[in-house]
Design a protein around this ligand. Structure first.
Ligand code: FMN
Length: 367
């Protein structure tokens, strides 16, 4: 069987994400997380301040457009729209894996457009851990940063996707040491980022010791890479991988659980992503300790159309976030991190069994 090229795979990832159901069938755990409604918020909606700081950058809200694409003509257009929207709204933006441009520098422009269209906002570069096991190191990481004048670099961890993908790179031995070298050798912060299966506290502790500055948990509850690769395997008549993709569709740690585990076990900056869909999800994640949230899949269908349609959609999520802050009586993002949160059901039970105490969130000091 002839394996698809990286370019073909990139194109197909976008098509599949737009046309097929690639979402997990289980929730993020945020459905078990409840904020307490305050019938007398004692502040005005218009006075709610959603601004925050991330990696030394001022953002209008703790929101990042998560890594999605680059490398093809279509990806360049999508990246332009994402960048225009991020710049206009003052939010952060991650590019997709830059491996394709490291291998073929004629594709660098598909990533560079991002800095051209977002000259001031927080930009995050992206490189995959499997490439680190195959020999990429500080030099390649530096090229990724320089390519887009990035403010931080995400090293994505995707062992599930690689096992389902035809011809995937399943070597992960030695990756932690490479991450340590890159974290030491770069002068921008390194983010260890999952891609939809979550980060357990055990790895969070190791990654903190390795010198990364931040984690992006990208947990279960949103886009499933097992699902995406299931469709790609089906295209090529690879029945085994098609079935594997179905079996592992919902594999991993739900976003809310991963977030609490890693925030409570480390002093790292933590981005919560994986299934964040509304401003209420966003407010819950910040109240559980996230420094910012990331959203990928729902933005794609707007980004292929126009920057304007994307801006409209993002404005809605950001307004929902502001309203949720108002309704819990939080005038600032810092205050939102202190509001009481009730964690019930499977999420509460899972956290308790793993040694975390969900009760502590509910017992936060009353105003
Ligand atoms: C079309 C598409 C392409 C993606 N490509 C990358 C990538 O190159 N690098 C990466 O770190 N994550 C990538 N992701 C994962 C997202 O950044 C994010 O972690 C994941 O989709 C969960 O967020 P969501 O549920 O909001 O989609 C991609 C996601 C989508 C939908």
């Amino acid at each position: 069987m002839v394996l698809p090229s990286i370019e073909e795979r990139k194109k197909r990832h976008i098509e599949v994400s737009l046309k097929e159901d690639v979402q997990t069938r289980v929730g993020t755990g945020l459905e078990d997380v409840h904020l307490i409604h305050r019938c007398l918020p004692e502040l005005n909606l218009e006075d709610v301040r959603t601004e925050t700081e991330l990696f030394g950058h001022r953002l209008s809200a703790p929101f990042i457009i998560s890594a999605m694409t680059g490398g093809t003509e279509e990806a360049a257009r999508i990246n332009e729209n994402l960048a225009e929207a991020a710049e206009l709204l003052g939010i952060g933006l991650g590019v997709g894996s830059q491996r394709i441009a490291l291998e073929d520098p004629s594709r660098e422009y598909t990533f560079r457009v991002v800095r051209e269209h977002a000259p001031t906002t927080l930009l995050i570069g992206n490189l995959g851990c499997p490439q680190l096991a195959l020999g990429y190191g500080v030099e390649e990481a530096r090229r990724c940063v320089e390519m887009i004048d990035a403010d931080a670099l995400a090293l994505h961890m995707n062992p599930l996707q690689e096992t389902i993908q035809m011809g995937g790179d399943t070597r992960y031995r030695g990756v932690l040491e490479r991450i340590r070298e890159i974290a030491e050798g770069l002068d921008v912060p390194v983010i260890a980022k999952e891609t939809g299966s979550g980060v357990a506290y055990e790895e969070a502790v190791l990654l903190e010791r390795a010198g990364v500055e931040a984690l992006d948990v990208s947990g279960v509850g949103g886009t499933s890479w097992s699902a995406t690769e299931h469709y790609l395997a089906r295209d090529h008549g690879d029945r085994l991988r098609e079935r594997l993709g179905r079996t592992f569709w919902d594999w991993g740690i739900p976003t809310a659980i991963s977030l609490v585990e890693v925030k409570r076990s480390t002093n790292l900056t933590v981005i919560a992503s994986g299934g964040i869909r509304t401003g209420i999800d966003m407010a819950k994640a910040i109240a559980l300790g996230a420094d910012a949230v990331g959203v990928a899949h729902p933005l794609l269908k707007y980004a292929v159309k126009s920057a304007e349609s994307l801006v409209d959609y993002l404005r809605q999520i950001l307004l929902e976030f502001r309203i949720a802050m108002f309704l819990v009586g939080a005038g600032t993002v810092r205050e939102l991190r202190e509001v009481p949160v009730v964690i019930c059901g499977r999420t509460g039970e899972w956290l308790r069994l793993r040694g975390f105490r969900p009760e502590e969130f509910a017992a936060r000091a009353k105003r």
